[in-house]
Unconditional design. Structure first.
Length: 219
């Protein structure tokens, strides 16, 4: 087991990982019962959302996600939404983390095209390949405010950090960090500093060793 410790960004709320339907239903009702939520949400719509969250929760566990969260807050007077996921996955890279990060940087940039940018940075855990760019998604009609499919452009941040041998990585595991927001204009001032702070706080240890910060676990 590998511990992944980091500072959870303010305003982010954890999404249950590998939860059953009852847990996701309870979580949605908890969120929509807040005083800040105005109006009544149709129970059929809430049921659709709960089923979708359950599917997402199970999928996140299957692909190695150890922490997921979202946020909905005001930034400069405008509603702003963001989502974050941190995963530990098998990725044999040998004994040279720097070479692995450089290879990931080159491969991802070649596959995603000129609209993406990337760089190799050094963190307290070693080298990391980081990427920023835009990606479009289609919101299905059942989750669209007007009942029609809507195309949404999101600003994306991804980081790949090889987990060092001393933390149990043994040259075969990496930590993946993914963030996205549909509020593209909020990225630079609001979310870029948050992701930079997360990377600065990132720590890996073998399970059972002490480490500061909130505990996130990955198999």
């Amino acid at each position: 087991m590998i511990r992944v410790d980091f500072s959870v960004p303010v305003d982010f709320e954890a999404i249950p990982i590998g939860a059953d339907f009852e847990t996701t239903w309870t979580e949605l009702n908890r969120r929509y019962a807040r005083p800040s939520m105005t109006g009544d949400l149709d129970q059929e719509k809430l049921g659709q959302m709960a089923r979708a969250l359950h599917q997402v929760s199970c999928f996140l566990k299957e692909v190695g996600v150890v922490y997921a969260a979202d946020c909905l807050h005001l930034f400069q007077g405008e509603p702003s939404l963001g989502s974050l996921a941190v995963a530990v996955v098998d990725f044999p890279y040998g004994g040279d983390a720097a070479t692995a990060a450089r290879g990931a940087l080159q491969g991802v940039l070649e596959s995603r095209g000129p609209e993406w940018a990337g760089s190799l940075i050094h963190t307290s855990c070693g080298p990391a390949a980081v990427f920023t760019g835009g990606q479009g998604y289609t919101v299905s009609p059942e989750f669209s405010p007007n009942g029609e499919a809507v195309d949404v452009l999101t600003a994306q941040f991804h980081a790949m950090v090889p987990i060092p041998e001393m933390a149990g990585g043994e040259g075969r595991r990496v930590c993946l960090i993914a963030f996205s927001t549909p509020n593209v204009g909020h990225w630079e001032q609001c979310y870029a500093p948050v992701m930079a702070a997360l990377l600065r706080s990132l720590r890996f240890t073998e399970d059972g060793q002490g480490s500061p910060g909130p505990l996130m676990e990955g198999a």
